[in-house]
Write a protein that binds this ligand. Structure first.
Ligand code: HEM
Length: 241
């Protein structure tokens, strides 16, 4: 069958392999950001000045060659592209998977384990519902700690003030962050391993035998615990009081 040049190149860009690769690369970019962000947050243990100085340094980095917040805007732009690519690829692949798996209405073909034709694996659950939870969290989080539009413990002018006010005497806000960070942890434990597999780094016959399984779980645990340490210390141990 004759195919035009444009449909050919479009199908290469939106092929399942290309979308999986886009998910893997955008996911790894976000993992890099999370590690740096978590490291920055841990400066809260060094005191308000150290934390604010770090936040200030991020904004003045490269002056006068870069404008004020120049680096931050580059990071923001890369993150926005990564998030859009990641979500677009996830939704497209999910739809394609549903069609290929022969769903009728809301149910799939029946198997012994899935008698009603509904299949839900641990991975599909954490990736889809976890991904949605994280997306909602990011919106709340930016309104809370960047713009400070949502400030249950009172607004503040400094990055440390916003952080401290958000968790000091605020168990509900803390709980929201705990749920979100657990979702991040599960999402990473599967997603990091999956990204490396997509990029051809996994040569093991089973997931258990893969050397990346342990690393993915360790990374997820470090990021979850590392992020939750400052809010927990503020709420329960009076950090910054
Ligand atoms: C307990 C967990 C977290 C805490 C305490 C926290 C803390 C903060 C703080 C204090 C800021 C403002 C920084 C500043 O104004 O200089 C911020 C910004 C931000 N955080 Fe988090 N964060 C957490 C988890 C996350 C996670 C899991 C993500 C991504 C999935 C994330 C994404 C962002 C983004 C995108 C910004 C905006 C950066 C900007 O453009 O200015 N954070 N966070």
């Amino acid at each position: 069958m004759a195919t035009t040049r444009s449909t050919k190149s479009a199908s290469v860009i939106t092929s399942t392999v290309a979308l999986k690769s886009a998910m893997a690369v955008s996911g790894l970019i976000m993992v890099g950001y999370l590690i740096l962000h978590m490291y920055g947050n841990l400066k809260a243990f060094a005191g308000a000045d150290a934390f604010n100085e770090y936040a200030h340094h991020l904004r003045t980095f490269g002056l006068p060659f870069l404008p004020y917040e120049g680096l931050l805007w580059v990071v923001r732009a890369v993150l926005v592209v990564a998030v859009i690519l990641h979500a677009y690829a996830a939704i497209t692949l999910w739809r394609r998977n549903r069609r290929a798996a022969g769903y009728v209405g809301n149910t799939r073909y029946q198997t012994k384990q899935h008698k009603r034709g509904r299949q839900r694996s641990y991975a599909s659950f954490t990736m889809r519902w976890g991904g949605l939870t994280i997306a909602l969290f990011i919106v709340f989080h930016i309104l809370n700690l960047t713009t400070n539009t949502i400030h249950p413990g009172g607004s503040a002018d400094t990055p440390y003030g916003k952080l401290h006010n958000s968790f000091d005497g605020q168990p509900v806000v803390w709980l929201v962050y705990v749920v979100a960070m657990i979702a991040v942890g599960f999402h990473l434990a599967h997603g990091f391993w999956s990204a490396l597999t997509t990029l051809g780094q996994n040569f093991s016959p089973t997931r258990k035998a893969s050397r990346w399984t342990g690393l993915a779980i360790a990374l997820a645990a470090i990021i979850t615990i590392g992020f939750l340490a400052p809010p927990t210390a503020i709420l329960f141990f009076g950090l910054g009081d």
